[in-house]
Design a protein around this ligand. Structure first.
Ligand SMILES: Nc1ncnc2c1ncn2[C@@H]1O[C@H](COP(=O)(O)OP(=O)(O)O)[C@@H](O)[C@H]1O
Ligand SMILES: [Mg+2]
Length: 398
């Protein structure tokens, strides 16, 4: 798609705009550099027409309209929308949807991390502050971004951070453009979606969407701190990634950083959205953000001195592990009972037929109640150690 669009629209003119070259593309559009009527440099995003085929023209028009409602907004750290609408490409008489933004000089955060690897704590905190503030401002307008991820964050050459791509904005409380009756398709980006959003069980309230923001910002911070994509090892096949989003607890290990901040990021990735939001609300964000990275030296020291610090984990993680352990022990107990019963009935049958008593008697010359012995052995839990090896080696009566 990008290649075709690049050849088609390079140096193309429509309305007040003149396109020059392609900047980049995402999953829904190709973004070009260009100029407006006042010769001011702008970025022109031309949407993939395939989306119109997929979601229908009305949906796509509503999306552009919604983006346009943010025209000239005053939200720091959020890309401005200058204009938007449709134009007709005369050669093929095809209609295209477009959005005009200020041209942002820099590179997106995905490219930045690919180039630089794991980032310093200061950069992570700066990105956190910017994303947190801009998404909170959007929430005040009853809007959720829904697609916060490194590719949609611009690292400007002047050091500023800008959240881009307002393509899947959500008006909180209203129905989704793509939801039809019971059918609620997933929109956005799976890797950076919290489990409740992936299942489309998110709460359509300010708190519900705040929890989605927190998770997505946490996922971005994971990439920044670890220098790699969240759940990278689960990338293929798709079902693995779905599993990871729902079940796998990301491991964040940065002993050189302020541990309160690292713990905050871990908490932002809690699977249960209510627990996630309550941890976040309890956290002292201004204090965490103002802690200077000089603290890192102390943190590093305490990390070395305290072997436990590596294993600091979330309350609900511990609970999850405990539950899993209890469940496994219960299943093991049930299994042991079943095996015990099977063996018991086999032995009863063998005893009735006097099939092995002679062998057993001859083992140490004393008669035994084989049935009772085996039952006690299995139910005592020693069977866990390997029933048959123990039985053959040392049949001691309890
Ligand atoms: N205003 C802009 N200025 C400069 N580059 C931009 C601008 N908007 C987007 N880009 C570049 O284009 C890429 C895709 O833009 P995006 O809006 O995320 O499209 P998509 O909806 O297809 O994901 C971004 O990752 C970024 O590199
Ligand atoms: Mg994008």
């Amino acid at each position: 798609m990008a290649d075709i669009y690049e050849t088609r629209f390079r140096y193309y003119k429509f309305g007040d705009y003149e396109i020059t070259e392609m900047i980049n593309y995402g999953k829904s559009a190709v973004v070009f550099k260009g100029y407006n009527a006042n010769d001011k440099q702008v970025a022109i995003k031309i949407f993939d027409n395939e989306l119109i085929a997929r979601y229908g023209e009305t949906t796509q028009k509503q999306r552009i309209f919604r983006e346009n409602t943010l025209k000239n907004h005053n939200i720091d750290g959020l890309v401005d929308i200058l204009d938007g609408g449709t134009f007709t490409f005369e050669k093929t008489e095809t209609e295209y949807f477009y959005i005009v933004m200020p041209f942002l000089q820099g590179c997106n955060l995905k490219e930045y991390i690919e180039k630089k690897g794991a980032c310093d704590e200061d950069i992570a905190k700066k990105i956190f502050r910017s994303l947190h503030e801009s998404t909170e401002e959007l929430l005040k307008l009853n809007i959720a971004h829904r697609d916060i991820k490194p590719e949609n964050i611009m690292m400007l050459d002047n050091g500023d951070i800008v959240l881009m791509d307002l393509g899947v904005l959500k008006l909180i409380g209203t129905d989704d453009l793509t939801d039809v009756g019971e059918s609620k398709p997933f929109i956005g980006t799976l890797r950076y979606a919290p489990p409740e959003f992936l299942r489309r069980e998110e709460s359509n309230t300010i708190d519900g969407w705040k929890a989605v923001n927190i998770y997505q910002i946490g996922a971005v911070l994971y990439d920044i701190l670890m220098g790699t994509e969240l759940f990278k090892q689960y990338s293929e096949p798709y079902a693995n990634l779905v599993y990871a989003v729902c079940e796998s607890i990301p491991h964040i290990d940065r002993a050189d950083c302020d541990q309160e901040f690292v713990q905050l990021v871990r908490n932002m990735l809690i699977k249960n959205w209510q627990t996630r939001i309550s941890h976040f609300n309890k956290a002292n964000i201004p204090q965490i953000l103002s802690a200077s990275s000089k603290n890192s030296q102390n943190d590093l020291l305490s990390a070395i001195l305290s072997p436990q610090s590596k294993y600091i984990t979330m309350e609900n993680e511990i609970q999850q592990i405990k539950n899993k352990k209890d469940e496994t022990l219960r299943e093991l107990g049930e299994l042991q009972n079943k095996i015990g019963k099977i063996i018991e009935s086999c032995l009863t049958e063998l005893e009735e037929k006097k099939a092995i008593n002679e062998w057993f008697l001859s083992y140490d010359g004393r008669p035994r109640e084989l049935n009772r012995y085996v039952k006690a052995f299995i139910l005592s839990g020693e069977g866990k150690q390997g029933f048959f090896s123990k039985f053959a080696w040392c049949p001691v009566e309890h």
